[in-house]
Design a protein. Structure first.
Lengths: 657, 340
């Protein structure tokens, strides 16, 4: 049929990617210079208002159609009733809301005992101490009720997210078309700022705990889906065949073979669900959900730093406790008992837990202090801490340092940089982004970059988008200036690597909200505080991946460099860093994603970016505008994500990693 | 019921991996080699295999890694759907079975042992062994009783509450064997059951396996890539290469009379004297004098007698009847390796 074809090398493209990128940059520079000289027509500098399509209006029309005409609202409001019932019940159990089953609240001592027993069962004394200690701290500091309000929502949202994520994960694993539909949705969902989850939740599911629970659940579903499919795909083919040969029906296969064999991945998914739920449930304070988040928001708003700090510690303790316990559950393996072990010994932990729970509940009936720590009985040191912090900030050199940083960074670096970014004409900016994508990744990514940023321009929110981007870039750059050296130095010794990695791991479990506390403490309600909070948040992945990248450079390679007589510096520059770069890029990418996430939260401090506008929409019913703003953030984040991840995987392939 | 029906009978079976195996098989030129098929983008896992397994016999499938042994056996139990040909199990075409009937067949007739055991990590030894019984819905009490029986049989008594990761490799494979025997299968598939084990343990497990087989007398398809193992265990050996069966014969015939160059190469280094039995050498038309030798003796075990004896023809007996006589010279040729 086919005649032998001699394969010629494909005709060389007229311009290589990097040359083309250079041309883009040159064009952008020319355009900017012309603009500075006043020669650029205004319509080329910024898209004229009149040309901005009414995306928000169209979206509103679609929403209204779905909501009213298709009757989605009826459906969701019905769902709301069921969910409300669940939340009421868990509210009653956790903090004594006056609803069915009217048995709560559980005494704090009983909760603390159960937490300690569960901790002991999962991970020995240390986790017992962590579990019991967290509960005791929360009660004694006088935050029991708000903490339990948060936990009561978590107790509903996390299982819901687990069940939905697991089912969708199974479906995606079983049916290719489900997988094809879910994948792109997931990648958008993961870059969508969390404010975008909130408003639809409010509109469709009522303000308060219900909407909070819905937003929390949806936010936590994606990793559960991913981990489920991952785990199911990894089940060893021999185990599957053994199941089939044992005569399993399809359902039996799933129930008795696949799911138990994917236990590890599924439990890792559970860990992520719990952590994301906690992070989100704190943030739902923005739509009026009571609990730790709301209290923190209020305290920070009125600049009560002492109380904010105490709440921050509670949130962090809860996060660490939940994280450690669920991770201990992941690695917990079944162990057999010797023949003839009596019943009570086999179930000693369960019995102990029940006994402590019942005992303390009974005691609390006669001694109320065991049930609840009343107003004025707690040990909160809010005022004293406030004074302490203020005194600290007033120490001469501290004041001088923060004052200098504020003045220097703001006046000399940040504001000029922001003004510069704002001065670039829109088309020139898009060209620059395209050049960036082209040089790092390739034409496909460059085309995406152009489309995505053009959409941002068309949205009519260009200036605010640029300010958002400016915050992200400044914070990530500063984070890199600190995080990279820290990572490089830590990576030099095994001991320090483990220590710093442990810190990073722990810091990563903190709900993002608490990062605002030190920022506000140090810098007050200023632009610098925004940058600072993003900076510490983004530094975590940067440091972490730098260490991981450097530590995984193969031993032979560094030894070869040693034998070649390289100095430590030479070895670092010419062997270790190039090999670690792809991994570090992943960290960089994560830092940017984190920064986009944080910049929106930081809007609370007061910014002029998209986050600010987004937060404003929460007060109203501007669903269309809310979505447009959210998608703008998502599009910018996606551009970086696509480009950097492509670059990292290309580099990895080239290096044969 | 006729005793003649083989337990498994497969005719011109093909199993091709690739995008559109059925379409490819229909349009491909007959007689294409394995490499030609691969050049077309397909892999011939099983290539035109016709073979029968008789009741109560142990067929060993032999071949290098990647020669299609596992694939062939997975076709027997329909873990793979075949691309062409027919496979009948006890006269029933298994490709025509509905899912329900297939599950029923596996639940009642087939057991399989895997190279890396395929145990369920979250279940104890007892629960693993009872698993097939649980799947077919037996109540807890009976399945526990039966599971304990087979656990005793494979020598794991006292370990029934252990979890797989608490056991050594050999013990794990005993669990795998016990599980495959729990339903009292008629047909027993073993896919390189001892390959993952240390040589010493492997030997021990082979002895154990022979003991079990004597006890149970099942129809067995046993896969190995180890020729010594094959020779120790087999009633018949099928040698595979590139998905095709090169030769299927008794061990004696394979070493005495290799049909292809590949098989000859394979058997070159084998000590034939340890494989060939007196019964095979016996010429039914000939007769000899004096004390007969037993048909089940190998040439190797008759060595001293062969060298010292002076008779030209030695009678061979099977049980109490004389089945013929063997030529001492040809036996000595095998022993001394001067057959040519
Ligand atoms: N599911 C599969 N998909 C594609 N190719 C396969 C599959 N299973 C086996 N093969 C191929 O079929 C050939 C025979 O494999 P296998 O039967 O496992 O060999 P053996 O058990 O003799 O080592 C090999 O080339 C293998 O790569
Ligand atoms: Mg195999």
């Amino acid at each position: 049929m086919s005649v032998e074809t001699t394969s010629l090398p494909a005709p060389k493209a007229a311009l290589s990617n990097s040359q083309l990128a250079l041309c883009f940059v040159a064009a952008a520079v020319v355009m900017t210079v012309v603009q500075y000289l006043g020669g650029l027509p205004e319509w080329l500098h910024r898209l004229p208002e009149a040309l901005v399509p009414n995306f928000a209006g169209w979206l509103d029309a679609i929403f209204n159609f779905v909501k009213d005409d298709l009757g989605l609202l009826v459906v969701t409001r019905t769902l709301t009733e069921g969910l409300e019932w669940l939340l009421d019940a868990s509210g009653n159990i956790f903090f004594g809301k006056r609803r069915w089953p009217n048995i709560g609240p559980i005494p704090w001592t009983a909760m603390a005992a159960v937490a300690a027993v569960v901790g002991y069962y999962l991970g020995g004394w240390r986790l017992a101490l962590l579990g019991g200690g967290t509960m005791v701290w929360t009660a004694l500091i006088g935050q029991w009720e708000i903490a339990m309000q948060t936990m009561s929502v978590l107790a509903i949202a996390a299982p819901l997210a687990f069940v939905i994520g697991l089912s969708l994960g199974i479906a995606a694993w079983k049916y290719a078309w489900v997988d094809n539909v879910i994948k792109p949705v997931l990648s958008v969902l993961q870059t969508l700022p969390f404010f975008t989850y909130l408003l639809p939740a409010v509109i469709f599911f009522k303000v308060g705990p219900t909407a909070g629970a819905v937003a929390t659940t949806i936010y936590a579903i994606p990793p559960m889906i991913l981990m489920t499919t991952l785990g199911l795909k990894k089940v060893s083919p021999e185990v599957v065949e053994a199941g089939k040969m044992s005569g399993c029906s399809r359902f039996q296969m799933l129930r008795h073979v696949y799911l138990p064999s994917a236990r590890t991945e599924i439990l890792v998914g559970v860990n992520q669900v719990i952590m994301l739920c906690l992070a989100m449930v704190v943030l739902t304070a923005f739509i009026g959900m009571p609990g730790l988040g709301a209290k923190l928001l209020a305290m920070m708003g009125s600049f009560k730093l002492g109380r904010s700090f105490e709440i921050g510690v509670t949130i962090v303790l809860l996060a660490v406790m939940l994280d450690r316990m669920s991770k201990a559950w992941v690695v917990k393996q079944p162990v057999h008992f010797e023949r003839g072990t009596p019943f009570w010994k086999r179930h000693q932990m369960l019995l102990l837990g029940i006994a402590a729970f019942v005992g303390l509940t009974l005691i609390s009936l006669v001694a109320p202090i065991f049930a609840e720590i009343g107003r004025g009985q707690d040990f909160s040191q809010g005022k004293e801490l406030d004074n302490l912090i203020k005194a600290f900030l007033n120490i001469e050199w501290v004041k001088a340092t923060t004052g200098f940083l504020r003045a220097f960074l703001n006046v000399q670096v940040l504001i000029p940089f922001r003004n510069f970014m704002l001065s670039i004409p829109t088309p020139a900016f898009i060209l620059l982004v395209a050049a960036f994508a082209l040089a790092l990744a390739g034409r496909k990514q460059a085309i995406y970059a152009v489309i995505f940023f053009s959409l941002v321009a068309l949205s009519g929110w260009w200036d605010r988008a640029i300010i958002t981007l400016y915050s992200v870039i400044s914070a990530v750059t500063l984070a890199a200036l600190i995080g990279l050296p820290v990572g490089i130095i830590a990576a030099r010794s095994e001991k320090w690597s483990t220590r710093v990695l442990l810190i990073c791991d722990t810091a990563q479990t903190f709900p993002s909200f608490v990062y605002l506390i030190p920022a506000i403490m140090l810098f007050g309600i200023t632009d610098i505080a925004v940058i600072f909070s993003i900076l510490i948040f983004a530094m975590v992945p940067l440091t972490r991946y730098t260490i991981e990248g450097l530590r995984t450079v193969p031993e032979e390679m560094t030894e070869a460099a040693d034998m070649a007589g390289a100095t430590r510096m030479q070895k670092l520059w010419s062997v270790q860093l190039p090999l670690a770069l792809p991994t570090m890029a992943v960290g960089f990418n994560q830092a940017i994603m984190f920064a986009f996430f944080m910049v929106i939260i930081a809007a609370f401090i007061g910014t002029q970016d998209l986050g600010q506008e987004l937060q404003r929409t929460l007060a109203g019913t501007d669903l269309g505008k809310n979505f447009v703003l959210g998608i703008c953030v998502s599009l910018m984040a996606l551009t970086f994500d696509l480009t950097i991840m492509k670059w990292a995987s290309d580099k990895k392939a080239v290096l044969g990693l | 019921m006729s005793a003649e029906v083989p337990v498994i009978s497969c005719k011109n079976v093909w199993k091709i991996f690739g995008n559109d195996p059925t379409g490819f098989l229909k349009t491909m030129t007959p007689g294409m080699s394995f490499d030609e098929i691969r050049a077309a983008g397909y892999i011939a896992g099983v290539k035109d295999v016709s073979i029968e397994v008789n009741k109560g016999e142990m067929l060993v499938i032999m071949g290098l890694s990647g020669s299609g042994k596992s694939t062939l056996v997975r076709c027997f139990s329909r873990l793979h759907d075949i691309t062409g040909g027919t496979i009948e199990v006890e006269g029933q075409d298994i490709m025509s079975l509905a899912e329900k009937d297939l599950i029923e067949l596996r639940r009642s007739k087939m057991g399989m042992v895997f190279q890396s055991f395929g145990l369920l990590p979250h279940r104890s030894v007892l629960e693993n062994v009872a698993f097939p019984l649980e799947m077919r819905g037996q109540d807890k009490h009976t399945r526990r009783e039966r599971a304990m029986e087979v656990i005793k049989l494979v020598g794991l008594e006292g370990r029934e509450d252990y979890f797989p990761r608490e056991l050594s490799g050999g013990q794990q494979q005993r669990v795998g064997i016990a599980r495959s025997l729990a339903i009292e299968p008629d047909i027993w598939f073993l896919d390189e059951p001892f390959s993952a084990l240390d040589p010493l343990i492997r030997r021990e497990m082979q002895d154990e396996f022979l003991r079990l087989q004597q006890l149970l007398n099942k129809t067995i398809v046993f896969i190995t890539h180890d020729f010594d193992e094959a020779l120790r265990l087999a009633d018949r050996i099928a040698i595979m290469k590139d998905g095709a069966v090169e030769q299927c014969d008794t061990p004696d015939q394979i070493v005495l009379d290799p049909q292809t160059e590949y098989v000859r190469k394979f058997t070159e280094d084998i000590d034939k004297a340890r494989v060939v039995h007196a019964g095979v050498l016996a010429d039914a038309t000939a007769s000899g004098e004096g004390d007969p030798v037993d048909a089940s003796l190998t040439v190797h075990s008759m060595a001293r007698m062969l060298v010292n004896d002076t008779r030209a023809m030695i009678p061979v007996k099977k049980g109490d009847t004389i089945i013929g006589a063997l030529s001492r010279q040809s036996a000595l040729d095998i022993l001394l390796g001067t057959g040519a």
